[in-house]
Design a binder for this molecule. Sequence first.
Ligand code: F6P
Length: 326
Amino acid sequence: MGKIKKIGVLTSGGDAPGMNAAIRAVTRTAIYNGLEVIGIRHGYVGMINANFKPLFSHNVSDTIQRGGTFLKTARCPEFRTPEGRQVAYENLRAAGIDGVVVIGGDGSFKGANIFNEEYSIPFVGVPGTIDNDIFGTDYTIGYDTALNTVVEAVDKIRDTASAMNRMFFVEVMGAEAGHIALYSGIASGAEAILMPEIKGEARDIVKIIESGNTRKKSSNIIIVAEGDEEGGAMAIAEKYKPQLEGYDVRVVILGHLQRGGSPSALDRVNASRLGNAAVEALLDGQQSVMVGLLNNEIVLVPFRKAVKQHKGLNQHIVDIVDILNV
Ligand code: F6P
């Protein structure tokens, strides 16, 4: 593999606050090392359509504090096909791009991993998703901001719930993972947290609520991860209503507001570190790896490991949910 001279950078999959900070770090680290930078717009779709735009230092000025991604993002079924990846490869070659940083989640890394098995242009990944479900890294870009957004919203819901003695089922994002639900539930003092990873006895909502009732609780908040096995908040509220007679039950689905907003300081710092490390990794001859943060240190995790399984929940935090509700 020759020396890298020009890199591409893209954001892929669901957007996450802090993606702009990561693009900025990639761009500036590359320029610092004498590389040219090409922004690939709309994720892998832009790779297939050759939607490329040179990036200079000034293009990433005034972006670190902005939510969303100025390169745009997309989910791209075509990149899952050999034909789609071949067109992408030809476009990268024609543009002289000899290394790529992909900022996204596990779906984006699956595509990158297959591409690197087929073609010689190295890809390095930066974990960017509000779900924080990627194996091999403690944090994904966007998670901290999303958590703070959820907690701010739930605090407000708590005010009205307490004022009117109501019970709220609040649905948060996480189609396959309960990290947002668990952390936001702890941080907002939720009475119960329903997550796809936790099943059975520990989820006995009626028992939990009734025990709170004996302690004269004036409100109840149940956080539900959207991918819970019993369904979303709406379905769960309907299911439990007959057993919760006497409670005034409401449902709030927080939805995509969790993906927006100015990134938190932590997300900006993590995005800056990870974006920098991704370019360093390419310069070191790495490929098919994700840069992650474990115990606050940068680590390299092969894509094949990062995509094999979702990161599990922190058991200590799961264990204290009920204790903190006694
Ligand atoms: O992966 C991030 C995420 O926000 C998930 O939590 C959620 O299930 C999904 O994206 C929603 O995707 P879309 O915006 O495509 O509906």
